[in-house]
Design a binder for this molecule. Structure first.
Ligand SMILES: [Zn+2]
Length: 281
């Protein structure tokens, strides 16, 4: 991983300054929000198959995407007793092909240029094991009249490297680490993470205010039942190493997602006992 370390920069003010000409003070608040984003790249600039373009219609209705609430919800197990929970040793947390691989600033993908198998959901690339639940999540939102959209999904090593290098060139390494994940360290490279947005307040996409939108509130309430975890929350920044991102969802499967919600564990790091936090450098 050390080969990825960009050379140090002499431009190292205490507070990262976004690139571009003369940022007015009013823009700094917005800039602060996009700092330390695990999702980008350039926050908001990454779209699955073309920035700004509307994804094509769903290519093929996924099997089992209908009636998500019927899966596992009919049992009496959730009638107040603590669920037994999944076997947390069932899958590797380091194998990049595992559904439970943990990728953070301490644990890059191994190998760092790992490329997962990918399929398309509503125009965005995700791993095949995550696709049915993602389709079900989006279908359920549609059924509830919530205008949830996909804004980003898989992002490969080469693209992340190019984006990161661009930030390093503009800001220096220190500040680049605040705005962009290093290549190999982005959860988006697993194919198991997506960024969602909404149409009611598009200006809140990739912004902290997304959490207060109808789409953001729906996701917070329904992600787990579809196998997703809102990965970066206000309470777990020290553990995850990232500022809250109410739009960033990580697929882990329904059993684990429901278990985490039921037990109040908000991070994969805590669930599996793996290190988190900032880069070791
Ligand atoms: Zn993201």
């Amino acid at each position: 991983m050390t080969t990825l370390l960009p050379r140090p920069s002499r431009a190292s003010s205490a507070r990262p300054v976004p690139p571009g000409p003369a940022w007015p003070a009013v823009a700094l608040a917005a800039a602060a929000v996009m700092l330390v984003t695990a999702c980008s790249g350039v926050a908001g600039a990454d779209a699955g198959t073309g920035p700004g373009s509307r994804p094509p219609a769903a290519s093929g209705a996924p099997d089992g995407a209908v009636a998500p609430s019927s899966d596992g919800a009919g049992t009496a197990a959730d009638a107040g007793t603590q669920p037994a929970g999944p076997d947390l040793t069932a899958h590797s947390t380091s194998d990049p092909a595992s559904p439970w691989v943990v990728v953070n600033k301490r644990s890059p993908l191994d190998p760092v240029d790992h490329e997962p198998d990918l399929v398309t959901v509503r125009g965005y690339l995700v791993r095949p094991d995550a696709a049915p639940d993602l389709a079900a999540l989006l279908d359920a939102a549609d059924a509830d009249g919530v205008h949830l959209t996909l804004r980003s999904a898989y992002r490969g090593y080469a693209k992340q490297a190019a984006v990161y290098d661009g930030w390093v060139a503009q800001l220096g390494a220190r500040e680049a680490d605040e705005v962009s994940a290093r290549p190999g360290y982005s959860e988006h490279q697993t194919g198991l993470a997506v960024d969602v947005g909404g149409t009611t307040t598009p200006g809140c996409d990739f912004e902290a205010c997304f959490g207060g939108t109808p789409e953001g509130r729906w996701v917070a309430g329904h992600a787990a039942e579809h196998g997703f975890l809102v990965r970066y929350t206000p309470g777990n920044q020290a553990v995850t190493g990232y500022a809250p991102e109410p739009w960033h969802l990580r697929w882990v499967g329904r059993e684990l997602a429901e278990h985490l919600r039921a037990t109040g564990v908000s991070t994969l790091e805590e669930a599996f006992g793996v290190p988190g936090g900032d880069y070791a450098r």
